[in-house]
Design a protein around this ligand. Structure first.
Ligand code: S3P
Length: 424
């Protein structure tokens, strides 16, 4: 059967209380933390997509034992006897590069064609400062080889607001022989920093500085909240219909994840967020979004990192808005599962909208409508799901080619979106 899905325009009322699957970033981290812990951990609400399964499988190959929701660290790491497959998941590869830096053997990490084209060279200097000789391909891509380092404390400053690079450094640094510090531009998701601090292994310094103290992560219970980057598809869909309303409880509200809510509000949607709890110092809450008349915005600076995975959705909102929306200082988009500057502008054009790629972002000409049409997901889950959301208020259906790319992060996405549309 051909891998495509036709989505009819919605134009309906929305729903309260939509359960969003577990957060991907927190799920990867909980698994890696459990693999390094001094005793068993329990993880509930793990993200259902392929990416998180990839991390669990990789850690299983290295000796972590899973019984249902319980994860026991390997007593002794198992040599995998061949490359470890990180699939489509940059988070898996970057986090393992750090967590395995001190493993007693070398481990080669590989992945699918998309992952093999993404930048891994950015890990070399930070992990090198700790004493790891990380081997990449000549152009800085994977396969990469980690492990066998005697790690020493180091103080570093990185020039990209990457939570993955920070996390890789920090997971290696807790295994070093002395304290370390890391600093970077702001806006990144600081899940790892909050958990390390909760476990007594780190102290947040001034601004974005983090001090890491070597030590063991304790066994813990991680009850993973809903993924704001998944909820964002429903928030955006609601924002496209005046008066439409969606409520999502139990979502991670880490400040590095909620840039999209700030953008939605600036564009004219009504957004309410309420903190209802936390997971090891990381905030969780309920978010509701009500659609309104949309205006163009300019997105740049710290908001870019805090909304990086949602910028394709901003393009769809912008097409339905009044005026020209500019996203700039966002060249990181080129380093994602697809070149998201090219794939996002390609998607808007395929749906009959006006979009111009720029070197570090894009401009979208808001006309208040999209025709519908056929979008190639470019093997990228976020483009597939964003194109489906674009159908919400389109004049005709949207066909997503390569629709199954959504399985990477949210296997039941299309069913959830359509169920939300048909609810009263
Ligand atoms: C992630 C961080 C972001 C994000 C990715 C997940 C994480 O990447 O785009 O989807 O879990 O740390 P960068 O840290 O490379 O910006």
């Amino acid at each position: 059967m051909e891998d495509q899905r036709r989505i009819e325009p919605a134009g309906r009322v929305f729903k309260t209380g939509v359960k969003i699957p577990g957060d991907k970033s927190l799920s990867h981290r909980a698994l890696v933390f459990a693999s390094l812990a001094e005793s068993e951990s329990e993880i509930t609400g793990l993200a259902p997509g392929l990416d998180v399964g990839t991390t669990a499988t990789a850690l299983g190959r290295l000796g972590m034992q899973r019984t249902g929701d319980r994860f026991a660290p390997a007593e002794r790491l198992t040599e995998p006897g061949g490359p470890v497959d990180c699939g489509n998941s940059g988070t898996t590869m970057r986090l393992l590069a750090g967590s395995l830096a001190a493993s007693p053997f070398r481990v080669t990490l590989t992945g699918d064609a998309s992952l093999l084209s993404r930048p891994m060279g950015r890990l070399v200097a930070p992990l090198g400062a700790l004493g790891l000789e990380l081997v990449t391909q000549e152009d800085g891509t994977a396969p990469i080889t980690t492990g066998r380092a005697s790690l020493v404390g180091a103080d570093i400053n990185i020039d990209v607001a990457s939570a993955q690079v920070r996390t890789a450094f920090e997971l290696a640094a807790i295994q070093a022989d002395g304290p370390s510090t890391i600093d970077s531009p702001p806006g990144y998701r600081d899940h790892t920093e909050r958990w390390l601090e909760a476990f007594g292994l780190g102290t947040a310094g001034e601004g974005t500085k983090m001090r890491i103290a070597p030590g063991r992560i304790p066994g813990a219970h991680y009850d993973i909240p809903g993924d704001p980057s998944s909820a964002a598809y429903l928030w955006a869909s609601a924002a496209l219909v005046e008066g439409a309303h969606v409520v999502t409880p139990g979502i991670s509200l880490n400040p590095g994840r909620v840039g999209f809510l700030t953008i939605l509000e600036a564009m004219g949607a009504t957004v309410h967020g309420e903190v209802t709890g936390s997971i090891h110092g990381d905030v969780v809450g309920t978010v509701s979004v009500t659609g309104g008349e949309l205006q163009a915005v300019e997105v740049f600076g710290n908001t870019v990192a805090a909304a990086i995975d949602e910028l394709p959705l901003v393009a769809v909102l912008a097409a339905y808005a009044d005026g020209v929306t500019i996203v700039r200082e966002a060249s990181e988009l080129r380093a994602k599962e697809s070149d998201r500057i090219a794939s996002t502008t390609g998607m808007i054009r395929a749906l009959g909208g006006g979009a111009e790629p720029t070197e570090d972002g894009f401009a979208i000409i808001g006309t208040g409508s999209l025709d519908g049409g056929t979008v190639d997901a470019a093997g990228d889950h976020r483009i597939a799901m964003t194109a489906a959301v674009a159908a919400t208020a389109a004049d005709g259906p949207v066909t997503v080619r390569g629709a199954s790319a959504a399985n990477v992060s949210w296997p039941s996405f299309y069913e959830t979106l359509e169920a939300v549309w048909s609810s009263q």
